[in-house]
Design a protein around this ligand. Structure first.
Ligand code: GDP
Ligand code: MG
Length: 709
């Protein structure tokens, strides 16, 4: 049996960074809270031990109010890992120790990894780690997870503790029996003396008490009552504190007998609540008092606080008036680089290579070995024309991701959420919803999953509904194809306007939904701003590689299959004869049947209809479908082909539709999972179709009224 080490800590304290450093995994690290929403496991071997390390979602406390807290708490109480590594962000010691005090009460083997030591040094702060170790009674290892300093010593100590754990387990079986015998004796004593408050129960100090004597005594007394109950055994102190606080899950799951319930009731009455301070607050208060005391003794700050670069940058980037314009300027610059000359040049080079030399060589090669005409067409027109037309946009996708990763890793994205909190609040959302929305620029699937961090079910539904309006990266090749055909002069601006439209529609939809089907109170927004950090090369590479992998996988599966199907449907007629003019094909027949729906939007011809339908498999398929239908033999002819069916106005209207209509199947199933309701999923689909249709209609008909096309 391998040993299990659980990584626990506040959001954004560096758990995943440590996890990756130790297990060699490449899990997603983002400089904002709420990136890891599920537990992840990784194995390693050290000191002769097999270890499974578990990366858990970040939490601020062990109360059961948010999904992350429930996941993490259940893991520790049910699975009982052999060792807990509590990661503490040293730059935020007081807040992080709050969780530490709760973890300590579990009475499980634990070690503190005091992370981000490098940041401390820069601010001229020192922490007396030995002092901290003594005050808490828990080993403390200073580390820097991102620079991999101290990680070795941490693991060394952890492995030592695991060795001890296996020893102690044998010993403690005996000790446990003694303890329960002692508890039994005391219960008998109470029976004789009757009154509980008066008797002084002996206390075996397993963990430090963080409370004043009254609360401590009550908790110890409860501990003795519940020690042997399932649900409390192994973690009696934790259970006692939670019972004292009136924790709903624990109270429900603890099988107290009537007698025991009455005993607990009596103990609780010895520490009465006041109208202002209930027991939960009492505990929180006293914990903080304890922590403040410890911090005042072990943290040494310089006389004059060092104004960090981070502070200086923030003065500008989160400036009251400048912040929002700056956000848009930053996004615009990214779009100019991605879609302007540098990005276009790369894409043109790749697409030139695929459609020119590569396709030519394959065609000659296949013909020279006497391959049947239909097979040559399948490979060259179907696969290379379809998948190849999408692959040529790969460089631009990489560039966009490179910049988004920098924004994310540096900590700017958290600022974006913070900056947007105020305007979002006006429409009844909070900055918290903005995080999934921003992630939506990458891919709707993880973005929808990220809504799990929203506590409030209604806010969560709302965010799931509007996140798909954010333009995901799969839609990018569609824009790129169309702008080079119709808007060559101001490529970045047209794309920027599409992205902005996505944000605007998302916000507008949020506004309307919040006032109609999803009415309710505003929740509060708490999000701390992590300090700016220089993105690490490793982090950037992980992000970009993830995207590349996704993309290549998609190209090799969904896009390939879709291309072959589209090629087949457009090469054969309903009587299965190979056609020379694709307007006689099966595909044309299908498309023509749907096309009238799109006529008022300016693209009521069969090619656009089938492209949109195929886009449900993956948004890139829209491009590969056009690639097959119009041929990408050379750019000039594909531009001419697009120009023969679209006008600039109907092309823009088409892009608006692609931006807003239903996301791909993968995203739909993520929506279904998060909504946990078929009704809401259906609502999402209908709403997105309606919004897309209405917006395109307005664009096209509005444009025509203005004489644009
Ligand atoms: P998690 O939410 O706890 O999993 O935190 P992550 O592992 O995603 O890290 C959050 C941020 O902290 C990322 O930007 C990391 O690069 C950064 N980070 C993690 N460890 C360190 C460290 O030791 N020093 C510094 N300066 N940054 C770190
Ligand atoms: Mg994480």
């Amino acid at each position: 049996m391998p040993f299990h080490i659980a990584l626990l800590g506040n959001p954004n304290c560096g758990k995943t960074t440590l996890f990756n450093a130790v297990t060699g995994a490449s899990q997603y690290v983002g400089n904002w809270p709420g990136v890891t929403v599920e537990k992840k496991e990784g194995k390693f071997r050290r000191g002769g031990l097999d270890v499974v390390m578990v990366d858990l979602p970040g939490i601020y406390s062990l109360s059961p109010y948010t999904p992350e807290e429930i996941v993490s708490r259940q893991y520790i109480t049910d699975e009982q890992p052999d060792l807990i590594i509590d990661i503490v962000d040293a730059t935020n010691l007081e807040r992080n120790l709050y969780l530490t005090t709760q973890l300590a009460e579990l009475g499980r083997p634990m070690i503190i990894a005091l992370n981000m030591i490098d940041m401390l040094e820069r601010r001229g702060i020192t922490i007396d780690t030995e002092g901290l170790e003594k005050e808490l009674g828990i080993p403390v290892c200073p580390i820097s997870a991102s620079k991999s300093t101290g990680v070795d010593q941490l693991l060394h100590r952890a492995i030592h503790m695991l060795h001890d754990v296996s020893h102690e387990e044998d010993l403690s079986k005996g000790e446990g029996q003694l303890k329960s015998r002692a508890a039994e004796l005391h219960r008998e004593l109470h029976h004789i003396h009757g009154d509980l408050h008066e008797s002084h129960l002996p206390y075996h100090p397993i963990v430090k008490s963080f409370y004043d004597w009254k609360v401590s005594a009550a908790i110890e007394a409860i501990e003795d009552v519940i020690r042997d109950l399932p649900g409390a055994s192994g973690i009696p102190r934790f259970a006692a504190v939670k019972l004292f606080e009136g924790d709903p899950i624990l109270v429900k799951n603890l099988p107290l007998s009537d007698k025991q319930r009455q005993m607990v009731e009596e103990i609780l009455n010895s520490v009465p609540e006041t109208p202002l301070v209930d027991r939960q607050m009492m505990i929180a208060d006293q914990r903080y008092k304890f922590i403040c005391g410890v911090c005042s003794r072990v943290v040494h700050k310089p006389e004059k606080p060092v104004v960090t670069v981070s502070d200086k940058i923030d003065r500008v980037l989160t400036h009251k008036i400048l912040a929002i314009p700056l956000f848009f300027v930053i996004m615009l610059v990214i779009f100019v680089i991605t879609f302007g000359p540098p990005g276009s040049f790369l894409t043109d080079t790749v697409s030139g290579f695929i459609s020119g030399p590569l396709t030519g060589a394959v065609r000659t090669g296949l013909s020279s070995i006497h391959t049947a005409q239909w097979a040559v067409s399948l490979v060259c027109d179907g696969i290379l024309g379809g998948v190849g037309s999408v692959l040529s946009f790969l460089p631009q996708i990489m560039i966009l991701f490179f910049f988004l990763s920098i924004l994310e890793d540096s900590g700017y994205m958290s600022r974006a959420a913070f900056i947007m909190d105020r305007p979002l609040r006006k429409i009844g959302l909070t900055g918290r919803s903005f995080v999934p929305m921003l992630m939506g620029f990458g891919c709707t699937v993880p973005a929808v999953m990220a809504t799990r961090t929203l506590e409030n079910e209604r806010d969560k539904r709302l965010t799931v509904l509007i996140t798909p309006f954010m333009s995901c990266s799969a839609k990018m090749p569609v824009y790129a194809l169309f702008i080079s055909a119709f808007f060559a002069k101001n490529k970045p601006l047209v794309i920027f306007s599409i992205y902005l439209l996505g944000i605007a529609i998302a916000i507008l939809a949020g506004f309307v939904l919040k006032r109609t089907v999803l009415k309710g109170e505003n929740s509060t927004f708490v999000m701390e701003l992590p300090p700016y950090r220089l993105p690490t090369l490793r982090g950037l590479c992980i992000h970009i590689w993830e995207r590349l992998k996704d993309f290549l996988l998609k190209a090799g599966t969904v896009l390939l299959v879709a291309s072959i199907i589209i090629w087949f449907l457009q090469s054969f007629s309903t009587s299965l004869d190979m056609v020379t003019d694709s307007s006689d094909s099966i595909l044309a027949a299908i498309g023509t049947a749907i096309a009238p729906i799109f006529a008022p939007l300016g693209f009521g011809f069969w090619q656009a209809s089938v492209a949109l339908v195929s886009g449900l498999a993956a948004k890139e398929t829209v491009v590969s479908t056009f690639g097959i239908l119009f041929g990408t033999a050379d750019e000039a002819s594909s531009v001419a082909a697009l120009n023969s069916v679209f006008t600039p106005l109907s092309a823009f209207s088409f892009l608006v539709f692609v931006l807003l209509y239903i996301p791909c199947f993968a995203a739909l199933s993520a929506i279904r999972r998060e909504m946990r309701s078929a009704k809401w999923t259906a609502f999402a689909i209908v709403m997105q179709l309606a919004v897309a249709w209405a917006a395109s209609f307005l664009v096209y008909q509005g444009g025509r009224l203005l004489g644009l096309g």
